[in-house]
Design a protein around this ligand. Sequence first.
Ligand code: GLN
Length: 356
Amino acid sequence: MADQMNEKLLERDTITMPVIDKHYQMIGTKKATEIIDRAMNLAREEIPKGAVATYIPELSKMDPHQLGICLYPLKGDKICMGDYDVRFTMQSVSKVVMLIVALEVCGLKPVFRKVGMEPSGEAFDSLVELDVSDSKPYNPLINSGALAVCGLLLPEVSFQDMLRYTRNICSDPGIELNEEVFDSEMKTCSRNRSIAYLLQSKGIITTDVEDTLRFYTKMCSMNVTAESLANLGKKLANDGVCNLDGKRFMSSRTARIVKTLMLTCGMYDGSGTFAIKVGIPTKSGVGGGLLSVSDKRAGIGVFGPALDAQGNSIAGCKLLREISNELRLNLFYDPEWNKEETDDTVLKEMAAKSVM
Ligand code: GLN
C-alpha cells in the first residue's frame, strides 16, 4: 500500500516537477512529519540557552518556550507543527519584503547605489561602516541597509501599500500592524535613529528621517505567523511565482538577488556558519521568526522567540539544521549524489568535538 502511494506520488511528480522535487516527495509526507517532529524535540532542548529580545520592551513579554514550523513544499502536503499559527512581529524578516519591493519599484541600480552586497560580519544594528567617508551600508538585510532602502521606498509607496503587498505575498489577509510593538520600539530606537541621521549626513537618506524611521519600524511590527512566512518562502522558492495560481510577485532577477543575499547576509554575523551548517537561504528577525527558502523545493517559516547571541532564533536554527540534513533541503544537495549511502563519519566526529 505504502509503495503504491509512493509510486502514485512519483508518477505525479514526473509529469510536473523537476528531479529535485521527486526526491523530496520520495520521502513522503508521513516520513517527513516524523522527521520534523523529532527535530522539534531536539530543537526544544536549545531554548534554555537563548533569551527573548528585551531591547524592544514589548518583545520581552513573549513566551520563550514557543516553537512552531510550517514547511510548504511546492509539490506535496503542507506540514505544520507546534506554534505555527501564533502571531509574532516580523522584525528583520520584513527586510526581505522591503528589498523585493525596492528592486521592483525603484530598480536595481538605485538600490545598489545606496547599499552594498557584502556580508557585514557585524551585529545587525552596527554602524561602524558608516563612520568611514564615502562608505554605504554593507547590505540591505542589516538595519543600516534596510533604513537606506526605506528612504528610497518612501516617496514611492506608503506603509499601507507595503502591508497589502505583504498580505498578498504571504497569502495571509490577517497580517496587521502590531501597534504595541511599534510604539514600544519607537520609544527605544535611539540606535536606529542614530543610524538614520548618519545616513542622512552622508546623503544616503534624502527623505525625512523621522518618517523613514517610522516606516521602517512599522514594517518590522507587522504581525505574521510561521505559516505566512512559509507562503512567502514558497513563492521565492518558485522563482517569485505562486505555484497555485501562477501569479508572479517579482521578477526572476529579483527573486535570485534576494535569495543570494539571504544566503550570504540573512543571519548577520552568523551567516557563514549558518550557510555551512544548514545551507538554506534564511532571514531572521528578533521577533523569533525565520524565513527559509529551499530553492525549487519548499518555503519554510519558523517561530521560536528565544534568540542566540546574534539575535537569531536558537531553537529555530537547530530545527532547520536537523531538517535540512534529514530532508536534504541544503542548497548544494543533489539527490543524484545520494544513490549510495553517504559516509558522514567525519562530520559526526567534528560535531562531537563541537567543530561543527
Ligand atoms: N526592529 C528591529 C530593529 O531595528 C529589527 C532587528 C532584527 O530583527 N534583527 O532593531
